[in-house]
Structures are given as C-alpha cells and as structure tokens.
Design a protein around this ligand. Structure first.
Ligand code: URA
Ligand code: CA
Length: 433
C-alpha cells in the first residue's frame, strides 16, 4: 500500500477501507508517513468528507494507537463525559461526584488547559495537596470504592490524535466534522468507559457555529459510540451564555462546590445535573427524567457534596478549602471592573474573558508556563441582567499588577449592551441518544 494512492483515492471522493485507514494512522503515528502526505490526506477529507463507516474506522485506529484504560472491572457502570471546550465550564468537578452519588463509576482522565481554555486538572491542582497522577491499580481501586477518581491523561493515550491534532492545527484542517468526531471519540474510547455523555457546544466561540453542524457532529459521535459498543448520548448546548460566573482555577472550584452544596442555581448547575443524570440513565438503563429527579435529590440531601469530600480527601486534597475559601492561595490584587454605560447585557464574549483571565495568570501560553491558582475573573453580571453606569461587571484577581489595566479593557470590551432585555435562549437545545 502507498500513502500516495490513498490520498489520490480520497481526493476523488472515494471511501477508504478499514485496512487503508489503519495503514495511514499507524504509518503516520510511527513516523513512516511524513507530515506532508498526512496533511494532503487531511485536506482531501476536509473537501470530500468521510462515510460514517470510514469515520468509525478512523476513530478506532486512533483509539488503539497507544495505551487504553481497561475499566472492565467496573462492569457496565463506568461512565465518562466530554465537553467540547469552553470558558467558565467547570462541569467535571460537579458532574463526577454527582454521578458517583447516583451509583455511576467515574474513572476519569482529564486534560490541562492550553491558551485561554481552562483544564480540569489545573483547576483541581489549585486545591492544596490534590494529586493528579497515581498508579493505574490505585485509580481503579479508588473508583471501585468511592465511585469517582479524576487524574491527568496519561502521555500515551491515543498518541495518533495528539500528532494529528498538532498537524491539523497548523494546516487549517481542524474544522472537518468527521475529523473532530474521530478526535474526540478516539480519546473517549481509549479512556475505557462503557457509557459516554457528550456536551457539544454551539455558538460563536465554539467549534460548531451553527445548530445544524453541531447536530451532525453529535449524531456522528453517537453513531461511532454505538458501533464501538459504548452507550453514547450527546447534548447540544448554547455556548453564548457563560455557564458559570468564575473563570480561573481555585475560584472555579469554589463555584463548583457551591453547586454541590446546593447553594447555587443557574446554567452551570442545570447542565451539570443534566450530564450526571444522562450518565446514570445510560449506565443503569433508567429513564433520563427519573435520573434528573435523583440528581436533584443528591444535591439537596447533601449526598453529592459528601461524595465530593471523600473523593478529594482520597486524592490528598485539603477538604477544608471546600468550605473555607481563605485556605486557598490568595491573590495580591483584587480589582473591580465597572460599567461605562447603562443597559441590558446582550452578550458576553466568553473567549475574550478567557484571554483576559489568562493574562492575569490563569493559564499557559506555552506548555512550560506556570499557572497562578488564585488568578481569574468573577463575573458579577450575566446575559439579560440590567446594569447602571458605574455598576460592577466583574472582579479581577491577580498577582500581576501590570496586567490589570489591559485585563480591565478586555473585560469591558467583552460585554455588549442593548436597550431592551434580550430574549432568553435555551441552554440545552437538544438531546441525542
Ligand atoms: N476537540 C478535540 O479533542 N478534537 C477536535 O478535533 C476538536 C475538539
Ligand atoms: Ca474554563
């Protein structure tokens, strides 16, 4: 087989066989197929697309390109979730213990943030003592005992995806629905869970700009999950509403704990409850609506927060932080951002807020950068709220005094105002199973 012929075949719009796709993925991962040939192939996929069968073959070849987690000892109850990127998207620290409180086994490997997007592992590490790596046997044992364990992704999980993603990023081949579906699902399948719940974001700041594209991506991922013998469901959710109000590390953990303590309503809670309920629904084969009620009960009874404390303690974290925020590292500077006009908040540009927070120290621009666990931005107003000129829109937290002026400007620019109250849009636009 020659890569040249397979590029030609895809260029002509023909479907590749499982063997042909396997040849490309394995050849590229081990270095036999050079970047320029893989780039040409990826561009041909962008123009010609792939059949569902080809996309599944691509996904599985990528999933099995390195180590896979064997969660079979957790039986049919292992479950995972994936959110397709966001700002103030702190669902994992809520969903993982909440789903565990419903009896689901959440053995989760999460990522770090890069650029302005936050990563779950960085957020959890803001809890003093929390360990994000451990031997696999201990990972399984903790999940078996407590129903939840969250660690960092191992280096060798779906290496084909790491290499392909880096190439797509610099060759304008990210925005292909089959390539995105294969990228996400390869990591989920390699992570081993039997039940997979996906949160596909729709909107200006998301990979999927229209509801039609998002739905196509969601349906394709659900179909791939099914062909790989995993129970899979997907939500389409509106990215134009900031999910939580905190953008940072320890401040996002505090916000997540407020939801777990049942002290906080709003879109972050709504989506977290929905994701956990869907995980339980798939794992136990129960009605989603019944699981929603159980999830609400797990929050109001204190069970979910109790599981969260056991989980964080088991991973070495200081659980007193979860009730006393002053035990987190504190920022040197705290500074309010005040509105320069009056009006209804029409939109908040989430990506701009993420970039502003990154400047204050929440994230990394390069892999080697260190992050400040206390840095970030807490929004005091959200879409639909009325604000008077001089009213506080947000509070900034940082150790970097020289960054405050620029962050303030970015936050002010991220808010857009309207004279009339904007129409409310639905957070959860659709559920696909
Ligand atoms: N997230 C991924 O993991 N991969 C993509 O291709 C796009 C979003
Ligand atoms: Ca975030």
């Amino acid at each position: 087989m020659r890569a040249y012929d397979l590029i030609q075949k895809k260029k002509e719009g023909k479907a590749l066989s499982k063997e042909e796709i396997g040849f490309l993925v394995h050849g590229f991962t081990c270095g036999d197929i050079p970047d320029y040939q893989m780039s040409a192939f990826l561009m041909a996929v962008c123009f010609q697309g792939m059949t569902d069968e080809e996309t599944t073959d691509l996904t599985l070849a990528m999933a099995y390109s390195g180590e896979t987690a064997d969660l079979s000892s957790l039986g049919a109850l292992s479950a995972d979730k994936h959110s397709s990127g966001g700002v103030a998207d702190t669902t994992t620290p809520i969903v993982a213990p909440l789903a565990a409180a419903l009896g689901v086994k959440v053995a989760k490997m999460s990522g770090r943030g890069l650029g302005h997007t936050g990563g779950t592992v960085d957020k959890l590490e803001s809890i003093p003592g929390y360990q994000t790596s451990m031997p696999l046997a201990q990972f399984m044992e903790q999940t078996q005992m407590l129903g939840v364990c969250v660690i960092g992704q191992t280096q060798n999980l779906a290496p084909a995806d790491k290499k392909l993603y880096a190439l797509r990023d610099v060759t304008a081949t990210v925005d292909s629905i089959p390539l995105i579906a294969a990228s996400i699902m390869s990591k989920k399948i390699a992570s081993g869970a039997q039940n997979i719940v996906l949160d596909v974001k729709v909107g200006a700041g998301a990979f999927m700009k229209t509801k039609e594209d998002a739905e196509q991506l969601a349906r394709l991922m659900v179909a791939i999950g099914k062909l790989a013998n995993r129970n899979t469901a997907a939500f389409l959710t509106d990215m134009d509403i900031p999910l939580g109000l905190a953008v940072g590390n320890s401040i996002e953990i505090s916000e997540a704990m407020a939801v777990l303590k049942n002290e906080k309503q709003g879109p972050l809670k709504t989506l977290s409850v929905a994701l956990a309920a869907q995980m339980a629904s798939l794992a136990f084969g129960k009605k989603y609506e019944d699981c929603l009620i159980e999830a609400e009960e797990a929050l109001s009874s204190g069970k979910a927060f109790s599981v969260a404390k056991q989980w964080i303690r088991a991973q070495g974290g200081d659980i007193l932080c979860l009730t006393d925020e002053s035990r987190f590292k504190q920022p040197k500077f705290v500074c309010e951002v005040k509105a320069e006009h009056s009006g209804f908040i029409h939109a908040i540009h989430a990506e701009q807020i993420g970039i502003a927070a990154c400047g204050l120290g929440t994230g990394r621009m390069k892999k080697e950068d260190t992050i400040d666990p206390s840095a970030g931005i807490v929004l005091k107003k959200t879409v639909g709220d009325f604000v008077s000129c001089g009213g506080v829109l947000a509070v900034l937290y940082t150790d970097k005094e020289e960054q405050i002026k620029e962050a303030k400007r970015k936050v002010l620019d991220a808010f857009s105002f309207a004279e009339q109250e904007p129409e409310k849009s639905d957070l959860i636009m659709k559920v696909i199973r």
